[in-house]
Write a protein that binds this ligand. Sequence first.
Ligand code: 6PG
Length: 475
Amino acid sequence: MTGHDKKKLCDIGLIGLGVMGSNFALNIADHGFSVAGYNRKEEKIRQLSEMKREHHKIETTRDIGSLCQMVRTPRAIVLLVPAGPPVDAVIESLVPHLQAGDLIIDSGNSHFTDTDRRTQSLAEKGLLFMGMGISGGESGARHGPSLMPGGPEQGYERVRPILEAAAAHVEAAPCVAYLGSGSAGHYVKMVHNGIEYGLMQLISETYDLMKRGLGLAPDELHAVYARWNQDELNSYLLEITADIFLQKDDKTGGSLVDLILDEAKQKGTGEWTVREALGLQVPTVTIDAAVMMRDMSTYKKQREKAGRMFKGPNPRFEGGKDEILQQIKNALYAAMIVTYAQGLALLAKASDTYHYNLNVETVARIWRGGCIIRAALLEAIRSAYKSNPDLDNLLFDGHLGQAVATRQADLRGVVRTGAALGLPMPGLMTALAYFDALRSSRLPDNLIMAQRDYFGAHTYERVDEAGIFHTQWGK
Ligand code: 6PG
């Protein structure tokens, strides 16, 4: 027991004392739980020591074996290291110091298939492994994130008091819940991020229309988003968007956002969502568009060249400002609902496919606070799934379906305006197309089936007769 008597052993271990890890350690310690923190680099340990002055509940080490001796058994050790090979490397160095029944919780943005693989190989060694999504960035980690754990339920029960204390709270309920077996937690986090991409794209399109189309200045944009954030659009992303337009650049004194290069980076979770949606054949067109537009943004040189080559319409909007602003607000709200609908439809399909046994109401509940996509809307989404857990599509909820239906004219208006002014709006356009496709009992896919049968004898079904048919077309 190398100097650590049983009483003093820490409640939980934490590997990776970067920004997220350090803040999460401080958060846990704030709630009275003791944390043993490990980082290979001296510098990270020092940084945390400087941050934790007020805490006697955090101990640190640079030796992974000592870390394991500092945590009470059966151990629970959280990993907050970059997703991918670093997670495997840490697990490999950790395992020899663990004993059967110990629990590892990977809280990075790991791909869910990696989580399944790790669960399997650690189970063979008698170890429990959980994948837990954590959302809310640095401030969430410090003051209350949304936590999305999945894996062995007995593992969750072991750390439940700690996670519930550290998570964000909405109406006294913690934004954490056991989500399901295997990689359920990481899957839910992946889809959270896909929705995050979709919402960010939609907001950026409204910004483009208001800036290029209406010529609004940063302080006016701030005022619009801040006002919108007061009622139904209330959300973390709107709140930070409003703030962004107030930020001045230290060097030039101008608006900082205007000086930021318009090439969006991405770490891949949006793309994973799209790949998954394609694989499971769940249409997530607005999320797809968001990922594609981040890709498109990186072709800056080509965009500049094409901008010189092809003149479009004058992007300046000439109509009434108050009316279009109201229209944009309504269009954004409708498109946001449609984006959540797409993400949640993917979750429902994944739950069936991978046997996660997800409860969508629970997912919506723990997304109400702490995470990047937290929004007033999530309470309405939660209550939609509470009244009907088997909802086929969020748009079939009476309240939210109506909210989109009554705003469809505004969504159409904004899409029309964007197209007329030559402003790209694939997020808003795909949200509208999704809505229109969903309400089309007849789509033109009869023609696609005819074409397939024409060139490839792929056969078709008929609307008036059962069976499989083939025609010698053009003969
Ligand atoms: C969160 C975020 C976070 C993600 C960033 C960056 O929930 O706190 O989703 O996990 O890493 O948003 O994502 P991209 O680099 O892909 O934009």
